[in-house]
Design a protein around this ligand. Sequence first.
Ligand code: UDP
Ligand code: MG
Length: 312
Amino acid sequence: MSLLSVIVPCYNEEEAIPFFYEAMQTVAGDFSQKYPEVDFEYIFIDDGSTDKTLDVIKNLRDKDKRVHFTSFSRNFGKEAALYAGFSKAAGDYIVCMDADLQDPPELLADMYSALVTEGFDSAATRRVTRKGEPKIRSFFARCFYKLMNRISDIEFVDGARDYRIMTRKMVDAILELGENNRFTKGIYSWVGFKTKWIEFENVERVAGETKWSFFGLLRYSFEAILGFSTAPLSCVISLGFIVTAFAFILIIFVVIRTLLFGDPTNGWPSMICIVVFFAGTQLMCTGIVGAYLGKTYLETKNRPIFIAREEE
Ligand code: UDP
Ligand code: MG
């Protein structure tokens, strides 16, 4: 027998969880006919929900002993929830799935088959359409993936979901990355292993609302850049060199002009432009360096990634 752990991060998902569980039961039924050697376990992570999410999960737990849960002491974010799930999962195969059914459970059999029959370590999913999503959000998402692929050594797949099945070995590798600034999609890619990509059409949320605002996503993309690329630091160095070279040429020009034509006391506008320009670039560069320093500072504190209030 082998065990398949299904990790479900939940933040205010009281409406969606019953649909999710129902859909999973159906899929698990079909799954067991095809692969009778597989047992399921469900690991719900209540990420500090403020609605009845925890009660809904506890009700499932009373009915079905394959359901386990960890409830956080506050909202730590989906990345922390996934980490908690990975550390709690006992399975030989581990899959993580959103509670809102945007990660179609019907794909699970194919994903599992990629591991057991085709020898992959992981089967990941990506959305090929972004139907139902605001246009502007899709546009920025595309730009983000293009940028990340340029400035980072690892591969970022456009439309990739966190929905992914992995072998025990890969999850153990992920658990070894104990950093606080967790951008899970980057971590998946960083640990490597052979991954099969399975594509699907975007599905809209079954109930409840998305937890992402536009600015939330923007912050998330900054986390990704800070976590997986030092390109902004190199840009700062290049910019420093370019500006210094420009200043050098300017100095020569001003000195020669003064020697040839004397020193008329004009040039205040150009002086102000230069002062403001340099003040701006310096602040910006210090800010970029500061952003990395801030992350380093937080990492050195070595705080736990999540704090559980209750678990079963
Ligand atoms: N989620 C979480 N903690 C958070 C935000 C979200 O555990 O702070 C969970 C949420 O309950 C859902 C999954 O992460 O199961 C994806 O969230 P959502 O559907 O809001 O994101 P989207 O699909 O819109 O990208
Ligand atoms: Mg969703």
